[in-house]
Design a protein. Structure first.
Lengths: 371, 364
């Protein structure tokens, strides 16, 4: 076994590199400079800072702030050091164990993939559902207000008094039996999109396209009942938290601290693009139906609305995503079937919920066009 | 007698042939990828805390693979330093900045309050940008050593801010034509404040030398403007058709691409000129990078990133460093024994504010 090695010594004071003979001993390294001066470094006070990869020179340092340095260019030095004093050399890198390091790296890669899948599929939704109930309603209202200005700018809002009165009447009717902590406000915007969006904090944006597609006030009330469920069950807030958490994890990994918060805040502006999970949609459908039936509104209107959308969608099968409402609310046939089943299980209301609106509905629903 | 001896030594040095000191990058993409995968795993299991230690590990590896004439650079920064630097950066900059940026939206503040908050966040950004740029350089150089001798940066953020914002103002007034002068002034300031031990770097580049090449680099943009103009002229009399409408995004795309090509051309000229006008003590840096080589490096790196969906980033870093280092030499006589330790203290706060602002300081 080789016990002496050529190396270089640097004193940390000048850049002068002095050739040195390194001798292995039981308790440390003996360095002999060219002029015969001997320096003794005990293993305990040495730390290895380079020589961990490939054929990199081995670099040992001694001292804290500005250390003395020993460089041994022959990589075999470490192997011989481990053979010479296995116990004391434990604090240094052992090139013989590099294959284990490679296996551990592979294992880390597999673990990263597994953790990513687990966190994305279960961790984040779970964390979001735990955190959401603790978000103050005032914060939700603030987020909703920001998004409202984007989705329904002041100059695009419909202010037809008859339409406003009709919507107020529907909200009052829908919420008469349920005490909810939100002040539900409906905003109709003059945009020809068949969609409605529930914002955190109590606002619902109904696009003119959807309003005009409804054949009766009951159908619109059905859509509103569904959107109210998204609000009361805080689905949008939960989604924002989930998306922000994804951003937070990506930020932690990449070190981009601003990313997560900015991402979270931008979501407020992109609520129109927000799609709920299948579970949230089913919950909003189910509870929305319950809400309709509990206040005596015929769900037939809502079912009919969905059927007409489905029909239209089938006709336009080659036109991608023309009907936004269906795009964000998938599996329409299944939903219609479930609604029909729920409606069949309950007695149908004996009289129309909004008889006066029913008569004037065709005129009221067109009250938005051109504002 | 001593004077005579010195004069003899100087005369000897003057007659000696200039020596070339070569740079090499010895690292591999595979090793860097392995380090980053393990870092990623540890970052995930420590809920992000390991990020700072991981960053130090990557730097230690990259620095240690830069060989300057048989000596390797070393990075002596630690994760603990940057972690505490980050905490401090969050306290003095991050939290106030994020508050002003996001609180109005989250709390639904009225419009005037939102505007005031945006202005406040912008002011904070303007103040902390030069602090971060200087702080990053100070920290990284103070933790970088060659032959045990630390580098240091001794600039002051307010001096830098004067050059930086003064140049920015002149850029606006001259419609961007001040750019090469601005860049070279910044380079000169940075180099003249950079030390290796007790000895200083210097820079003798001038904006006027680079001005012609800067103007030339805009040929692709001029071409795009002429193309747009001709397209408008040829369609002005005809009514808007579907094909005309399709031309608009196409022209925008050509314009953006031409702008990037211009920036790339100027980036190449600027980088080469900067390296070739840097000196340290009695030696001068020289790079032999070529436009073709630099262009191929960027195109192939871009392809590598696209094909590997970003996972090829470690190889991109290694290829870039290898190309730059392989083409870099120091020419002259360098008396390493005359360089003595003169380390400067620096905290990692500026480094982490820089991280917050997504600034970076490339070695290549």
């Amino acid at each position: 076994m080789q016990t002496t090695w050529p190396g270089y010594y640097l004193d940390g004071k000048t850049a002068d590199k002095e050739p040195v003979r390194v001798e292995l001993s039981i308790n440390g390294l003996k360095l002999t400079l060219a002029d015969g001066t001997a320096i003794y470094w005990s293993y305990q006070e040495i730390r290895q800072v380079a020589g961990f990869y490939g054929n990199d020179p081995v670099r040992f340092e001694k001292g804290s702030d500005i250390p003395e340095i020993l460089i041994v260019e022959d990589h075999e030095f470490l192997i011989h050091l481990h053979e010479f004093t296995p116990q004391k050399a434990q604090r240094f890198h052992n090139p013989a164990r590099r294959s284990a390091r490679f296996r551990l790296t592979l294992l880390a890669a597999v673990a990263v993939a597994a953790i990513t899948v687990f966190v994305y599929a279960w961790g984040i939704p779970f964390a979001a559902s735990v955190i959401t109930p603790y978000v103050p309603v005032a914060w939700e209202a603030g987020l909703g207000k920001s998004a409202l200005n984007v989705l329904a700018p002041e100059d695009h809002r419909c202010r037809n008094p008859k339409l406003t009165a009709a919507l107020q009447q529907m909200v009052l009717r829908l919420t008469e039996k349920e005490k909810i902590p939100y002040n539900i406000s409906i905003y109709v915007t003059d945009t020809n999109i068949v969609n409605a969006v529930a914002l955190p904090g109590g606002s619902i944006v109904v696009f003119r396209g959807l309003l005009e597609k409804t054949k009766s006030p009951d159908a619109l009330a059905g859509v509103l009942a569904h959107e109210i469920q998204h609000i009361t069950r805080r689905h949008a807030t939960k989604r924002i938290i989930a998306d922000s958490s994804t951003g937070l994890i990506l930020s932690a990994v990449s070190g981009d601290v601003t990313g997560a918060v900015v991402y979270g805040a931008k979501i407020a502006h992109n609520l129109a693009m927000l799609s709920y999970s299948r579970k949230d949609e089913e919950e909003a459908d189910r509870e929305g139906m319950k809400m309709l039936l509990s206040v005596g509104i015929d769900p037939g209107g809502l079912i009919g609305f969905f059927e007409s959308l489905q029909e239209k969608d089938a006709k336009n099968a080659n036109v991608p995503r023309v009907l936004k409402y269906l795009a964000t609310h998938p599996d329409t046939a299944e939903r219609i079937a479930k609604m029909k089943a729920a409606a069949a299980a309950s007695p149908r209301p004996s009289s129309p919920a909004f008889p006066r609106l029913e008569r004037e509905w065709d005129r009221i629903k067109k009250g938005c066009k051109g504002k | 007698m001593k004077e005579e001896a010195n004069m003899e030594e100087s005369a000897e040095k003057a007659t000696e042939k200039p020596k070339s000191y070569y740079f090499t990058f010895c690292g591999t993409g595979g090793t860097l990828f392995g380090i980053q995968i393990v870092n990623l795993f540890l970052i995930l299991v420590t809920f992000g805390i390991y990020y700072f230690w991981g960053k130090a590990r990557v730097r230690k590896y990259i620095w240690s693979q830069i060989d300057i004439c048989g000596d390797r650079l070393s990075y002596q920064g630690t994760g603990k330093e940057t972690f505490f630097g980050w905490l401090k950066a969050m306290l003095i900059f991050g939290i106030p900045f994020l508050f002003f940026q996001n609180a109005p939206q989250l709390l639904g503040a009225p419009f005037p309050v939102t505007i005031i908050c945006i202005i406040m966040s912008f002011i904070l950004f303007l103040i902390f940008l030069p602090i971060a740029m200087i702080g990053m350089r100070k920290y990284r150089l103070s933790r970088t050593a060659l032959r045990g001798i630390r580098f240091s940066f001794r600039g002051r953020w307010w001096e830098f801010a004067r050059i930086f914002y003064g140049g920015l103002g002149l850029m606006a007034i001259t419609l961007g034509f001040y750019r090469p002068y601005w860049d070279m002034r910044i380079n000169a300031y940075i180099m003249q404040k950079t030390f290796f031990g007790s000895k200083r770097f210097d820079f003798d580049g001038k904006g006027s030398d680079l001005f012609g090449r800067y103007v030339l680099s805009f040929i692709p943009v001029v071409f795009a403007i002429v193309l747009t103009f001709l397209t408008i002229i040829s369609h002005i009399a005809t009514p808007l058709s579907r094909s005309t409408m399709l031309l608009i995004p196409l022209l925008m795309f050509i314009f953006v691409i031409s702008f990037f090509i211009s920036q790339f051309i100027y980036g190449y000229f600027s980088k080469k000129y900067t390296w070739n006008h840097m000196t340290f003590d009695t030696v001068r840096f020289q790079t032999t990078i070529t436009f073709g080589g630099y262009f191929w490096l960027y195109i192939s790196n871009l392809l590598l990133l696209m094909v590997t969906l970003g996972f090829g980033l470690p190889w991109v870093k290694v290829r870039t460093l290898r190309y730059v280092m392989d083409h870099l030499t120091l020419n002259g006589h360098l008396d390493m024994a005359a360089i003595v330790q003169d380390a400067q203290l620096s905290t990692a706060t500026g480094e982490e504010i820089g991280g917050f602002l997504e600034l970076d300081m490339d070695l290549a």
